[in-house]
Design a protein around this ligand. Structure first.
Ligand code: ADP
Ligand code: ZN
Ligand code: ZN
Length: 747
């Protein structure tokens, strides 16, 4: 009897063997229902074998083969296997969570055919010149379909009533639907994905490319096979325009196959908040192309539908956040990773994978080009581009001739008149913007009113009783709230230590900045944008509209505001308190700060109005701010890389972090020390550092500590981790939460 090896969503790093009847062929990649312990589970067949070590009487049969979905391809299974292996994470817990939730349940799912519409023979014979004049919408639909078949979205775009009118036309027998759900052949040649699609993709070709843009587009589109490109373009240099042209190239029918053409493009973006905006943008540029998005904000039904469209090859552009790197795309011909430096591509819990890195692996295994775009590339990618592993493509000028880079200037907070964290000079600049009806943005990376409440008499501070951190004062709802564990209490009327009624908020967060500005500019319309004020996504959408309608004078916000948004009336950006990142224990903190400040500065002066950035700092001569002032990413990156090389940090070494947390300090340290000893005993070419407390040594009553391992090469590190893993599994106990983080970004 044939045996299949099944991946199940359980925390064990093995596959499970089940038997199948000869008469029921089961394909690799198929979903099956199998008995596991006392229940039934859905699993994915990873392969089959002729025999196994398990005694035959102990092998249970597969209960059901779920044939309602197309089996996962060898390509995706291979990527998932790689991922599980590289990040040392159980295979079943890698494979199953990569699927839409509905495919993880045993309930049958229907494959919704993706329909397109065309004229029937009767419809084509109609004389549109004599078509009833009052049926304007029907006529427009018929005219459109006479040009080319269209999907529903395209027809609906013609008019609000087009959906209903289409039904009438179908009832008349003039229009017919047909299914696009013909599966594509796997692995078409990269230059020519194929699939039954509309003959010619309309493409809103709005701009003549600059010569740098053209060079980038040519370099990528003339590539056959795998190559990794780093598109390093300053903000506003037109990276998005390059993406649009590259997509156009991939979507175009290839001359050899006539009207068969159109590969698929995967566009990975860091932020779920940005997807609706980008989705609309790319839809407007490719009105005839079926574009789907994949992110956690979708309902289960939408997610399944979009995923299936990608799998069927019916969706030609897939725009998604990190999980979409695992989407099936049989015609995949190009991958683009926008804002490749963004740390949200790295999952910070469970399977700690980097979607950017996996995207590169996927592209290279498949033999298609990948483009990493950023204004501030990660030092890893930048180093790879300099050493020739990636190809560097540069956009050095802003695409719109009249748009200039913002002027950046520092204000020394030790020499300025300060009002609760905002300098008099900055306040004056804001006042001028209000008078000119321009917008200002105050950037501060801390929400709440003040990061800590303090007693002036005895020195008591608002520490969290469950964590090593302080509780943040949220004045609006009169609470002290811990941003690490969520614990909250009412603001005490008097000091819990000495009874003194005079408690004093130290430092500022968004709420305090908002209130200081409101006191100074009572007439101004101030909008605070942080996680507290944008709990639901509709709130954020409404805020964006307000900003665009210029109904806001001053924006106060956290990094949420730094990313990707285009606010044409914004001419002043104030950076209120960036200094803590300069001397952080995390060696990546300056890199992150630089990227963040470039991004937030890029919000100023996008249109015809020049922008200005004012940074309040105690270190106005710090090289980071100097580089920012001269827009010198190259110089900055070179100095950072030199420092990293001297200190022996990535990208010059490869790291893995073992973390543990638990209620008992002793157990946490015993585990890490045992793991360390076992690692040292393996005597490999890796450096195993000491066991140290985590940056937040106690969180939600759990003691947290960590152990760093590093090696000169990825291969050496991987070999070590493979041998080390059994010890880690052996030493961990139910009382501990342990995790291994390969290529960690957070320290
Ligand atoms: P980035 O993504 O690099 O920040 P965008 O692609 O958003 O830049 O481009 C910035 C602005 O320049 C946009 O308004 C875009 O429409 C415009 N733009 C891009 N390329 C060109 C071009 N070749 N000619 C004119 N305008 C362009
Ligand atoms: Zn006190
Ligand atoms: Zn806490």
């Amino acid at each position: 009897m044939p045996i299949v090896r099944v991946a199940l969503d359980v925390p064990l790093s093995t596959l499970f063997d089940y038997s199948v009847a000869e008469s029921v062929p089961v394909a690799t990649g198929q979903r099956v229902v199998v008995p596991f312990g006392r229940r039934d589970m859905v699993g994915v067949v990873m392969g089959s074998v002729a025999s196994t070590d398990i005694p035959p009487e102990r092998i249970k049969p597969v209960k059901q083969v779920l044939r309602d979905s197309t089996p996962l391809s060898a390509e995706i299974l291979g990527l998932l296997r790689f991922c599980s292996d590289y990040y040392r994470y159980p295979i079943g817990q890698t494979v199953l969570p990569a699927l839409p939730a509905r495919l993880r349940s045993g309930n049958p799912v229907a494959i919704k055919p993706v329909l397109s519409y065309r004229l029937s023979a009767g419809g084509a014979a109609l004389d549109l010149g004599n078509f009833p004049k009052r049926k304007v919408v029907q006529r427009r639909i018929l005219e459109k379909l006479a040009e080319q078949p269209c999907n529903l979205a395209r027809i609906k775009a013609l008019s609000a009533t087009a959906g209903a009118q289409l039904k009438d036309l179908m009832a008349e027998g003039w229009v017919e639907s047909f299914s696009l759900a013909t599966p594509l052949t796997p692995n078409p040649s990269p230059a020519c994905g194929r699939g039954e699609q509309i003959a010619q993709h309309a493409f809103d070709n709005a701009h003549t490319l600059t010569s740098e843009q053209q060079f980038a587009v040519d370099a990528v589109s003339h590539t056959s096979g795998y190559a990794c490109f780093l598109l390093h373009g300053i903000t506003g240099s037109g990276k998005t325009e390059v993406y649009v042209h590259l997509m156009h190239h991939v979507l175009q029918p290839c001359p050899e196959h006539g009207r068969r053409g159109g590969g698929q493009v995967l566009l990975l973006v860091p932020e779920i908040n940005l997807t609706p905006q980008l989705e609309n943008y790319f839809r407007s540029r490719f009105p005839d192309v079926n574009l789907v998005s994949l992110h956690s904000g979708l309902s289960e039904g939408e997610r399944l539908h979009n995923w299936q469209q990608a799998q069927l090859g019916a969706a030609h552009i897939v725009l998604g956040t990190r999980l979409s790197v695992f989407a099936e795309m049989p015609g995949l011909a190009l991958i683009i990773v926008d804002e490749e430096h963004d740390s949200s591509f790295k999952q910070q819990d469970g399977l700690r994978y980097s979607a950017r890195d996996l995207a590169i692996i996927r592209a290279s295994r498949r033999g298609v080009p990948i483009v990493l775009g950023s204004a501030t590339p990660s030092l890893e990618s930048y180093h790879n581009a300099q050493s020739g592993r990636y190809r560097m493509l540069k956009l050095t000028g802003r695409a719109l001739a009249e748009a200039r880079l913002p002027a950046v200037r520092c204000i020394n907070i030790n020499q300025a008149v300060m009002h609760h964290g905002i300098s008099e000079n900055l306040l004056r600049e804001i006042g001028q913007r209000i008078a000119r009806r321009e917008q200002s943005l105050m950037f501060i990376n801390r929400r709440g009113y003040a990061p800590v409440l303090m007693c002036t008499a005895c020195g008591w501070t608002s520490g969290c009783k469950h964590c090593a951190g302080k509780m943040v004062l949220h004045l609006k709802d009169q609470r002290l709230r811990c941003h690490h564990c969520g614990y909250q209490v009412r603001v005490p009327a008097a000091c819990p230590g000495c009874g003194n009624a005079d408690l004093y908020p130290v430092g500022s967060g968004t709420q305090r900045v908002e209130s200081v500005l409101q006191d100074r500019f009572p007439e101004a319309r101030i909008l605070r944008v942080d996680r507290d004020s944008t709990r639901n996504r509709r709130a954020w959408q409404a805020m964006r509209e307000q900003i665009h309608a210029n109904e806001v004078d001053i924006l106060v916000g956290t990094q949420m505001l730094a990313k990707g948004h285009d606010f044409p009336a914004l001419t002043l950006v104030g950076v209120l308190n960036p200094d803590s990142a300069l001397y952080s224990s995390d060696f990546r903190a300056p890199e992150k700060l630089f990227a963040q400040l470039v991004q937030v500065a890029g919000r100023a002066g996008r249109a015809d109005k020049p922008g200005e950035v004012i940074i309040q700092t105690a270190f106005p001569d710090h090289p980071l701010f100097r580089a920012l002032q001269t827009h010198d990413f190259e110089g900055w990156a070179a100095s950072q890389l030199a420092e990293r090389q001297m200190a022996g940090f990535p990208p010059f070494v490869y790291q893995a972090m073992l973390r543990a947390e638990g209620k008992q300090e002793k157990e946490v340290y015993r585990y890490l020390n045992d793991a360390r000893a076992a690692g040292i005993a393996l005597r490999q070419e890796v450096e195993i550092l000491g066991v140290v407390p985590a940056a937040m040594p106690r969180r939600a009553n759990h003691i947290r500590a960590q152990l760093l391992v590093q090696a000169k090469s990825r291969r050496v590190l991987q070999l070590f981790l493979r041998e080390w893993q059994p010890f880690l599994d052996q030493y961990s106990t139910a009382k501990l939460r342990c995790s291994l983080d390969v290529d960690p970004l957070e320290f």
